[in-house]
Design a binder for this molecule. Sequence first.
Ligand code: CU
Ligand code: ZN
Length: 188
Amino acid sequence: MLLNRCLFICLILMAVSITTLRAQEAAHDHGHEDLPSLGIAKIIPTQGNKVRGILRLVQKGDQLKVIGRIYNLTPGEHGFHIHTFGDQRGGDGKSTGGHYDRHGHDHGAPGAKSHAGDLGNIKANDEGLAEVNVTVEGTALHFILGRAFVIHAAKDDLKSQPSGDAGARVATGVIGIGNPDFVWKKPE
Ligand code: CU
Ligand code: ZN
């Protein structure tokens, strides 16, 4: 009789725990449809510089694109990276840390074998405008939200360690979730 009662209680406990497990699984079975697909970064100058711009990020399936315009650059190429921290304290951009590196890679040209934050160079025309339209490899928007774009004074040579010898940081922009209600406007 006592044994039967124990068995009965045991069965009830098992049923309850299985039901709880199923409910937890169902709650997590949501795919990735709630991950953000639009990002935005307002690029602002570090101390003593005038570089400004807007960069939009668009995640479509596995592909992440960065599209936008950067103004007031010196003509020519400028190192362009995602750095680890979205931290703009100080006037020199250094609080953003080093290049965002998901997999313990070395610095290099954009691609699956270099830092996820290695975006190569952007090229400014004679008016100092760089049109940006690049595909980012090795990461996705939700991994870089809250980190920062950094634009450098000099060209990234795509090989020097740890950051391509690209010189001072002339502008930074923290990556946030984008408002779909976006209208292009030249930044002041
Ligand atoms: Cu950089
Ligand atoms: Zn790098």
